[in-house]
Design a protein around this ligand. Structure first.
Ligand code: GDD
Ligand code: MN
Length: 380
């Protein structure tokens, strides 16, 4: 401990917002908590040791645990340790963002309360940021890093899958880490921070466009007190988080793929509707009318899902979007008709129909998406 501190000599003056040669020496440590009264005292004591060399404040954001956390802070009564209790809201990531917003120092560190993250690694992480990294994190997966035994196979597999899913967004080895450090001004450049789920570190790396990310090896300990809050719901939220990151980083792909899938589903819906109208429609109903009804209903189906899944960010009224969508999609229908008609000269009608719909669908997929994206579902 002592050695490590000597390793990173910080300037002596301990006034507010001291600035060193490398940048600020003042750190806010943000700790989100839910029922961590048992773990907090020893963590706060370990953090206090850092105050010998750093101008450090601690901001604990607790979601109304009611387990003695408030009494603990009242008893300790240290100006550098602040407790924010949220009675309305809940959630790890939003707690972290609120803690960042309400803290004051130039460099921000975020860590768990349960002792998993060693506070003794904070100086290395801060140093990396002072030396120019956009972001630094405590990593289990770089040489020197490790995880305490006792993780069940399930948690391990879970963590691995989650890590792989983050791969398209960052090449960091341990993007799941909740132990990280960055400058306040880096947080501020994140355009649309969405504090869903647990992985606020990943969110900040991607949304704040952090290019240089330093990984400091840590030993990740198993919690000694209380219990993990990693539930099925948290895992579901992670999937939604990944979807949001896709939309942020690969907006065209994240629009086109759902569009193609909805189009595919439309084929099934269309066939089903034709069968249904054949079975229950009045027998006097003309075939062309059945087809027309099936087409309009299928396009409405596509519209509803495309609007939600492919063009989630569009502005404008739903009525004009619907009219525009129908108009754009009518163009490929005309292509189907024209191609079928052209080929009907050289082959029998069913074959011409297959050629027509194949060409029309391929054309339609690209044309409809481009037309809808750029003409109908405009972003703003
Ligand atoms: N305010 C608040 N609100 N804090 C919360 C909430 C909440 O709803 N849920 C969890 N926390 C706090 C916990 O009290 C703890 O301090 C921290 O967030 C992490 O919660 P854990 O329940 O201990 O998480 P974990 O150990 O399962 O998951 C951790 O996995 C990563 C590595 O796999 C993550 O939290 C990461 O930080 C960690 O690096
Ligand atoms: Mn934990």
């Amino acid at each position: 401990m002592e050695n490590r501190l000597r390793f990173h000599p910080a300037p002596e003056p301990q006034q507010e917002d001291t600035v060193t040669q490398h940048g600020s020496n003042s750190i806010s440590v943000i700790i989100p908590t839910f029922r961590e009264a048992g773990s907090l005292p020893s963590l706060l004591d370990r953090l206090e040791l850092l105050r010998g060399s750093w101008d450090l404040e601690v901001v604990v954001v607790d979601d109304d645990s009611g387990d003695g956390t408030e009494e603990l802070f009242a008893a300790r009564d240290n100006a550098w340790e602040r407790l924010i209790v949220r009675r309305e809201e809940r959630g790890l990531s939003s707690a972290v963002l609120e803690g960042i917003e309400r803290s004051t120092k130039e460099i921000v560190v975020v860590m768990d309360a349960d002792g998993s993250h060693p506070p003794e690694s904070i100086p290395d992480m801060v140093l990396a940021v002072q030396q120019g990294a956009d972001f630094s994190l405590g990593s289990r997966y770089v040489p020197g890093g490790s995880t305490e035994d006792g993780w069940g196979v399930l948690r391990w597999v879970n963590s691995k899958i989650a890590t792989i899913m983050a791969r398209p967004f960052t090449t960091v080895r341990d993007p799941m880490s909740g132990f990280f450090c960055l400058r306040r001004c880096t947080v501020e450049r994140g355009e649309t921070l969405d504090p869903i789920g647990y992985k606020i570190g990943l969110e900040l790396i991607v949304k704040c466009r952090c290019v240089e990310v330093a990984e400091v090896p840590i030993h990740f300990s198993t919690r000694r007190e209380g219990e993990s809050k990693l539930t099925l719901r948290v895992q579901w939220e992670y999937l939604l988080h990944i979807l949001n990151l896709c939309r942020f980083k690969y907006p065209r792909l994240a629009s086109f793929v759902p569009f193609a899938l909805v189009g595919l589903s439309g084929i099934g819906v269309y066939a089903g509707l034709l069968a249904l109208l054949g079975a229950i429609g009045p027998s006097a109903m003309a075939d062309w009318l059945r087809i027309l009804i099936a087409i309009v209903l299928t396009m409405t189906w596509n519209f509803v899902w495309d609007r939600r899944l492919a063009f989630w960010d569009a502005r404008g009224s739903i009525i004009s979007q619907y009219a525009g969508f129908m108009a754009v999609c009518a163009v490929p229908l005309l292509v189907v008709y024209a191609v079928t008609w052209l080929f009907s000269d050289v082959t029998v009608l069913p074959v011409a129909g297959v050629i027509g719909s194949a060409i029309g669908s391929a054309f339609g997929l690209v044309f409809n998406w481009c037309g809808n994206r750029w003409l109908i579902f405009r972003r703003s």
